[in-house]
Design a protein around this ligand. Sequence first.
Ligand SMILES: [Zn+2]
Length: 307
Amino acid sequence: MNNSKCPLCNSPKTKFFVKSKDYFMLNGNSPDFHIHYCDSCKNCFSIPFMTNEELSTYYPDDYDCYKSSNKFLGVLQKLKSYNDVRIIKKALPVSGKKILEIGAGSGLFLSFLKNEHYDVDGVEPSKSGVNYAKEKFNIDITMAYFEDYEFRKKYDMIIMFHVLEHFIDPISILRIINNHLNKNGLLFIKVPRTDSWSAKLLGKYWTGYDLPRHRFHFSKKGLIGLLKKNNYSIVLFKGDFGPLDTVRAIKYYSLFSKNKFKKTFFKILNSLPHIIKLFLSIILEIIMYPFKSGRMSIIAQKISNEK
Ligand SMILES: [Zn+2]
C-alpha cells in the first residue's frame, strides 16, 4: 500500500497521507479510502484508484454542487459567481469571445457569462442539469462526459470548476483542453487545496477530499507544476472560499469522533441553527484567508508555439 506509484508522474516516492470515508454522500457508511502523497509532484491521489464503473455507484442522480436549497447559500453562491465573472471580464475583456464550461451543472454560471455577451457552450453529464439550463436560461448544454465530448470549435477560455479532481487521467484532460484553446487561450480552474489551513485543521472530515469521488487532491505547488509541464503559463492564482467545509466537518466530528471531549464539543456546536454555523464558518474563512484557503482558483494561459 505504501509503495503505490503516483498516477500523475509515475514516481514511486509516495506515502500515506490521510484515511477517510464517504461522509458527504453516505454519511460515513462506506469502506475506508486512503489518500497518498507524492513527494515528487507534491499532489495526492486516492486508493483504491477506481474505474469509472466502480465509482459510478458513489454518484447519486442529483450530484450537483450548484443547486442550493438554502436561500442564504444561494445568495453567497451568486456573490461568488459575480466575483468570478469580474475576474473573467478582466482576463478576457472583449465580449463575443467563446467560452466553454466543463461540468456546467445547471447552467447558472454560463447564464451570467451569456448576459455579459460571451458566446457560451457547456458540457455536463447530468440530464437534470442540462434540462434545467435549457428551461431556465435557454442555454443548450451538451449532455456528455467530457471524455466523450466532440469539439466543434476552439475556445478563448475553458472553465473547469471543481472538476479536474474527478478525472481518471487529468493530464490527458489538460492536453485536450490545450489543443482546443485558441492562441493564448485561457483555462480557468478551481480545485480544493490540500496544503490549505482547512485541510490541515479539519483532517479526514474535510469536504475537499470528497472520497471516493475525488481521485486526485492538488496542492498549490503540485497543480501549478502540472499546468506548467503541460504547456500552460500561470496568469492568476487566488484563494477561494468553501463556506460549507467547516459546517460539514462540525457535523462529522459530532457524529464520528472517538474523542469524548471533541464529540461533546462538536455536538453542542452542531446543535446551533444552520445559519449561525454558516455565519461562523464564513467568519473563520475570512480570518484564515491569508493562510492558504481551502480552495484555489487559477487562470492558466496556453503557451502558443505559433508565431
Ligand atoms: Zn507524482
